[in-house]
Design a protein around this ligand. Sequence first.
Ligand SMILES: [Mg+2]
Length: 188
Amino acid sequence: MNESRGTCVWANQVVVNRTVEYYSGRRGSIIIAPRGKMNIFFDMDYTIIEIDFGGLRPGVKEVFERLRAEGHTLYIWSGAGIRTEEVELLGLQDTVSGVFQKPWERYEKAVNDMLTRNEIPVLPDLVVDDTSAIVTALGGVVVQPYGVRIHNDHDMEQVYRIISEYASDGHSIDSAFRPKPPYAAHGG
Ligand SMILES: [Mg+2]
């Protein structure tokens, strides 16, 4: 790999107006640089709530508030539908900027189609989900499915730590992190 220096434009159109390191590979450039403020999409069932009683995962509200305070924009989506009423019942309406239907398959095409149809206002920079397929497709953090019998669940702290690392360093070495694949990185 060759190491060189330069400036670049991200998929989200934010110009990184300073010197960054990047590495050129055969499939293009894998760029490691600060990602700044991001649009983060959270799954609902088993990610932020357990399903039988609908209880919030420990730390959800606190982590949402911290991420928002740091300038990130948070959204909730669910494969089971647009669950605005439940989000309000959970008291999360002030920390999220939208509630949407989550696609079931062909995730990258689906989110681009949804953006075209104005069903989502932005493309996800990161997704947080207990289903690894969507995280692998779009980039983000895989969480263990949350159930009411799980005690001492610290996954939201792990989510926060990974997002913070990614926002500041452009990557995370945590095994729950999935980088954006190259095609998704150019999808803005
Ligand atoms: Mg889920």
